[in-house]
Design a binder for this molecule. Structure first.
Ligand SMILES: NC(=O)c1ccc[n+]([C@@H]2O[C@H](COP(=O)([O-])OP(=O)(O)OC[C@H]3O[C@@H](n4cnc5c(N)ncnc54)[C@H](OP(=O)(O)O)[C@@H]3O)[C@@H](O)[C@H]2O)c1
Length: 315
């Protein structure tokens, strides 16, 4: 019998790949979620809300686990339930977003102090709470994750553009860093960490790539159906286009979030983490995208994009 693993939130993007990897590795996996998304019938499940667990849910959680993998702790209150789940190991998914104020002069490894403000504040609180649990804990700080099923639309934005056969506005500088990790590599690493003795904190992020290389991969995946036009960053900013939201993955020069796309992963590599080449991830995501074409309302609209391209051409 494999390790008894409880995956809190095992039906989300990372969680569903993680559950599949855990089953492949022979773990005896149980999912704990609110049941708002489908739960794979291959594994046992506990349906409940971690913020309001009733007595029956608590009783199910208290049966004891070799390892808990927590994929949905966002603020300190989320960790209240964790105190009553007996486990030998506890893996907490956090974010490399804790390095957002780290500065741009160095690659952010685990020795860089975590932010205690902004969007990462809640994650840092969870990291502090997990260290107080009796279980042996490992905090896994994830970089931007993508791959099949990615609901974020970050890489899908560019793939969608590549397949549209239109002009594509690229406001990023060619030397902007991009760091994307494949969800399947994250899942395999987490499943392997169940049986390891690694503790403390580890960054799990993809290979650091330049935007120019990223665009080359996107173009190749789209078989040259679209034409990509590099646009001056200031020109696009001055017209009110919002980096990261409207144009995913674009972070202007000196934007503090850039630290989060230049994260060091030596510790993860020493623990056995291997990131597949970004070209493979993009190719697989493109195949997935062809079957699951998606569009996000916050993306830069096509008409506005074409108007900007015309303005640049005429400027
Ligand atoms: N995706 C990324 O690029 C990225 C980057 C850095 C860090 N991370 C971290 O990685 C983790 C996983 O991210 P994800 O994108 O896979 O998340 P996700 O798709 O939103 O999945 C969340 C999971 O948690 C469950 N859940 C949510 N609230 C719950 C509650 N109150 N009680 C019980 N279950 C609950 C959800 O199922 P129900 O809705 O059915 O309850 C679902 O299974 C998160 O901690 C995130 O901060 C992700």
């Amino acid at each position: 019998m494999g390790s008894r693993v409880l995956v809190i939130g095992g039906t989300g993007f990372v969680g569903s790949h993680l559950v599949a990897a855990s089953v492949d590795r022979g773990h005896d996996a149980t999912v704990f979620s609110r049941g708002r998304r489908p739960i794979t019938p291959e594994v046992a499940s506990i349906v409940g809300d971690r913020r309001r667990p009733g007595p029956a849910t608590r009783a199910d959680l208290e049966t004891g686990w070799d390892t808990v993998i927590d994929t949905c702790a966002h603020t300190a209150v989320d960790m209240d339930v964790s105190q009553s789940i007996p486990a030998t190991r506890y893996l907490l998914l956090s974010t490399c977003g804790v390095y957002q104020a780290a500065g741009l002069s160095r690659i952010a490894d685990e020795s860089v102090p975590a932010n205690t403000h902004g969007v990462a504040r809640g994650k840092v609180q969870c990291e502090r709470r997990v260290a107080l649990l009796p279980a042996q804990s490992l905090v896994v700080r994830l970089g931007a994750v993508t791959g099949p099923d990615d609901p974020s639309g970050r890489a899908a934005y560019w793939i969608d553009r590549a397949l549209r056969g239109t002009g594509v506005l690229v406001p990023a500088r060619p030397d902007q860093p991009v760091q994307l990790v494949d969800v399947r590599d994250v899942a395999g690493f987490l499943a392997a960490m169940v049986d390891s003795e690694h503790t403390d904190v580890v960054n799990v992020a993809g290979p650091i790539t330049l935007f120019a290389e990223f665009i080359d991969l996107i173009r190749a995946a789209g078989h040259g159906e679209s034409e990509f036009d590099w646009a001056p960053e200031q020109f696009v900013l001055a017209r009110g286009v919002r980096p990261w939201q409207e144009v995913p993955l674009w972070l202007p020069t000196d934007h503090p979030f850039r630290a989060h796309l230049r994260t060091g992963t030596d510790r993860a590599a020493q623990a056995g983490f291997v990131a597949r080449p970004l070209a493979v991830t993009i190719a697989d995501l493109t195949s997935w995208h062809r079957d699951h074409r998606c569009w996000h309302p916050y993306w830069l609209g096509l008409d506005r994009e074409q108007a900007l391209l015309q303005a640049i051409g005429g400027s």
